[in-house]
Structure formats: structure tokens, C-alpha cells
Design a protein around this ligand. Structure first.
Ligand SMILES: [Zn+2]
Length: 61
């Protein structure tokens, strides 16, 4: 399940939401001011493939 990053259009706070790929921003509200329908930002899952984690190389096993 992908993580989407949202930005509240009211207070501009950014937060991440774990939700299904078919879900929109209708059910998402700002954790700070509770405003509805925040703006979805670019996904964490970039297509460049350069976002490999540096914590533990070879952790795929
Ligand atoms: Zn807000």
C-alpha cells in the first residue's frame, strides 16, 4: 500500500497518509487543523530509482 504525501491547503502542514491506490483525498483531513481535501504531493515512490535506502545494503533476503 503506497504512502501519499499531502499538504494542507489551510495551514500548509505536510503529512503522509497510507492509503489504497484507488482512494482519493476525500477521506483525508489535516492532522493539525482538520481541513478536508488536502493537496496530494508527489509520491514517495519515485520513478528514478535513486531513492535506495542507505540503512542496510543487501537487506532483500
Ligand atoms: Zn491544516
Amino acid at each position: 500500500m503506497p504512502i501519499y504525501e499531502y499538504e494542507c491547503q489551510e495551514c500548509k502542514v505536510r503529512f503522509e497518509v497510507l492509503q489504497g491506490i484507488n482512494e482519493g483525498n476525500e477521506g483525508v483531513s489535516c492532522p493539525k487543523c482538520d481541513a478536508k481535501a488536502p493537496k496530494r504531493l508527489m509520491s514517495m515512490f519515485g520513478s528514478s530509482g535513486s531513492s535506495s535506502s542507505s540503512c542496510s545494503p543487501g537487506a532483500f533476503t
